[in-house]
Design a protein around this ligand. Structure first.
Ligand SMILES: Nc1ncnc2c1ncn2[C@@H]1O[C@H](COP(=O)(O)OP(=O)(O)OP(=O)(O)O)[C@@H](O)[C@H]1O
Length: 255
């Protein structure tokens, strides 16, 4: 069995009086893609925001590779190997692919006082990365993000997460608003991420996309994890839909 990468223990999150996460405990192992499902308001985004350091938890523990950590900012999460690709994926449309890949972490050359961006190094790494995430079309790294398709943008966002060798890549609705071919591209990148040693948490409203790519499904409802070990190979989409809505209890389905 793969090792435990991240464990969340009894996480609670209040937004004022709203109890968004209720004693949430879950584990993500190394080299696994976990699908996180739940209806609107179930708490998925809040959970992801806690794990990516974007919102503070109210109580509970986050344990990464056996050590308890505090995630006070997204920089903390990144330092602990957690990279999140949000729905809007936070790319800067006016900047080039290469600049977006290195945003805030650009390689520089020259002396301490006269350093400037190492454009050639960025372009060379960008070419490699684009190939790694399956963009075989020859797109020059200095192409602006604004001229890419939705799927290509997601690919760039994923490439950014992969290049820093994050242990965990969180994808929040990566296939939203994408066409069929672009969606297949994103799913391929997720498989590639796992094959190159990363773990992923994949959130999508489209349960069919989730089923195509995940090793395990976690379902949330009303701020709680109601199923943590659903095996997509032995469970039907209809059964998972019934767990999401609360019509079917977990006890009937085990991994
Ligand atoms: N910033 C906030 N302030 C107050 N309440 C919030 C805030 N963000 C989320 N909530 C509430 O917390 C609960 C969980 O919301 P969350 O966005 O985590 O659910 P979700 O499962 O991601 O839903 P969706 O699929 O619609 O994005 C909801 O009741 C929501 O209204």
């Amino acid at each position: 069995m793969a090792e435990e990468l991240i464990r969340m223990e009894k996480i609670n999150k209040f937004y004022g009086r709203i109890h968004a996460l209720r004693d949430v405990s879950l584990t993500v192992r190394t080299h696994e893609v976990v699908g996180l499902l739940g209806d609107n308001g179930a708490g998925k985004s809040t959970l992801i925001k806690v794990l990516s350091g974007a919102v503070p938890l109210t109580s509970g523990d986050v344990i990464i590779k056996g050590r308890k950590v505090e995630l006070k900012s997204t920089a903390d999460a990144i330092a602990h190997g957690i990279e999140t690709i949000f729905q809007d994926s936070a790319l800067v449309p006016q900047l080039s692919i290469a600049r977006n890949l290195f945003l805030g972490r650009e390689p520089v050359k020259g002396s301490r006082f006269f350093n400037r961006l190492d454009q050639a190094a960025m372009n060379a790494s960008a070419r490699d990365l684009l190939k790694r995430v399956g963009i075989t079309k020859d797109i020059p790294p200095d192409t602006a993000i604004s001229s890419l398709s939705g799927g290509e943008r997601q690919a760039v966002a994923i490439a950014r997460a992969m290049q820093f060798d994050s242990d965990l890549i969180i994808l929040d609705e990566p296939t939203n608003n994408l066409g069929v071919a672009e969606t297949q591209g994103v799913l391929r990148f997720v498989r590639e991420a796992r094959d190159t040693g990363h773990s992923c948490i994949f959130i999508a409203h489209n349960i069919h996309h989730v089923f195509q790519v995940v090793d395990r499904i976690i379902v949330m409802r009303g701020g709680r994890v109601v199923a943590e070990d659903i095996n997509p190979k032995t469970t039907t989409i209809e059964q998972v839909e019934r767990i999401i809505t609360g019509e079917e209890m977990l006890s009937a389905i085990t991994a």
